[in-house]
Ligand binder design. Structure first.
Ligand code: MRU
Length: 352
């Protein structure tokens, strides 16, 4: 397995979960204790924990915490109340499908458990830990497969990424940033360009923080500088993560990803998605069906306590956009690098 990164956004400890509070990075590194499912739902909603795979892992523990705290002995009633826990956890964020995938996997584990009702919670804790450790392993596999997309020359490449698809967004190591880490560990990374990622600045706050922690050579740019950097020949390839991939390869990721893919195409620069199988939604035939989260407009009209625009205008704040499959050179998964049109081959391999 590739070299570890030391950042783990979700940690299970005896009877509670610790989350790195990602809203306070990089100025403060704080852990938040989560010991009931309601607090986990709130942590996902408020983006204390964020990034598609990390949300899935966190929600899995949320399901366990919800099950543990149920005071019901009748199986049907237990499962009905657990389903209500699932509904509340699912209502937190609509786009990243890993959330729904992990919760449904937990529900299925509870429904299929044939032992005493009192033992369902411990079965669910095991399943949450499985989802957690699988994701970490998956990220390392994605990182290693990412080496396959490197061009033969130059020996050292310049990669551009958007948002944070790093250790903080997963169980650890990262998907797109996992690829960057693997390339760097092989001595083949010249530099990572990081889009700041307006409005929530996951690139500036989180990806840049991860790179600074480990000494990965990185340059922060604003989102509007990416085209200029490509035009000037500063970028060899683009690698980003994903929140939901439709069956045809259309991919939802952080707002701004689509324009990056268009600009990459215009400059003949390969544009890759790095994502686990748990991010593919085979139920959706194309990206037009992916629900796009809209967030509080304050994220765009306010920086800190300062209003950055006059009163009298309206706001639109979609958190994600959809990049059409034809702009994607390949999808780097834990099963190898696939063309968007080849995803169907992976359908039987999903855990649920
Ligand atoms: O709104 P966020 O910060 O949860 O959005 C995160 C992204 O868009 C990531 O690129 C995606 O979840 C992949 S994380 C491995």
């Amino acid at each position: 397995m590739s070299q570890a990164s030391e950042v783990y956004p979700v940690i299970w400890q005896t009877d509670h979960v610790l989350l790195i509070d990602q809203n306070h990075l990089p100025s403060q590194y704080e852990m938040v204790i989560i010991d009931c499912f309601e607090d986990m739902a709130q942590a996902i909603k408020t983006m204390i924990v964020r990034g598609a795979p990390a949300i899935g892992v966190a929600a899995a523990y949320g399901m366990y915490l919800g099950a543990r705290d149920l005071e019901v002995t009748d199986r049907q009633e237990f499962l009905a109340q657990l389903t209500e826990v699932a509904v509340q956890l699912k209502a937190t964020r609509p786009t990243a499908v890993n959330l729904f995938w992990a919760i449904d996997r937990m529900l299925k584990a509870a429904q299929q458990f044939e032992g005493p009702v009192a033992e369902i919670p411990s079965t669910l804790l095991e399943m949450a830990q499985t989802i957690h450790t699988e994701d970490l392993q998956t990220c390392h596999q994605i990182g290693d497969y990412g080496l396959e997309v490197l061009p033969d020359a130059p020996d050292q490449v310049r990669i551009l990424t958007h948002c944070n698809a790093g250790a903080l967004a997963t169980a650890g190591y990262g998907t797109a940033l996992g690829v960057v880490r693997s390339v760097w560990h092989r001595g083949r990374l010249e530099r990572l360009y990081i889009d700041e990622t307006r409005p929530r600045l996951q690139g500036a706050r989180l990806t840049a923080w991860e790179c600074a922690q480990e000494g990965i050579p990185a340059t922060l740019i604003t989102d509007s500088m990416a085209a200029h950097c490509m035009q000037r020949g500063l970028v060899d390839l683009v690698v980003v993560g994903a929140d939901r991939i439709a069956a045809n390869g259309d991919t939802a990721n952080k707002i701004g990803t689509y324009s990056l893919a268009l600009v990459a195409k215009a400059h003949n620069i390969p544009f890759y998605i790095a994502a686990p199988l748990s991010t593919i939604d085979f139920k959706l035939s194309d990206g037009s069906q992916i629900p796009i989260e809209e967030r509080n407009p304050a994220e765009i009209y306010q920086i800190g306590d300062t209003f950055i625009c006059p009163a009298g205008v309206d706001f639109y704040n979609p958190a994600f956009d959809v990049t059409p499959a034809e702009l994607i050179a390949g999808i780097i998964t834990e099963h190898g690098v696939m063309q968007p049109g080849e995803l169907g081959q992976l359908q039987g391999k999903q855990a649920i």
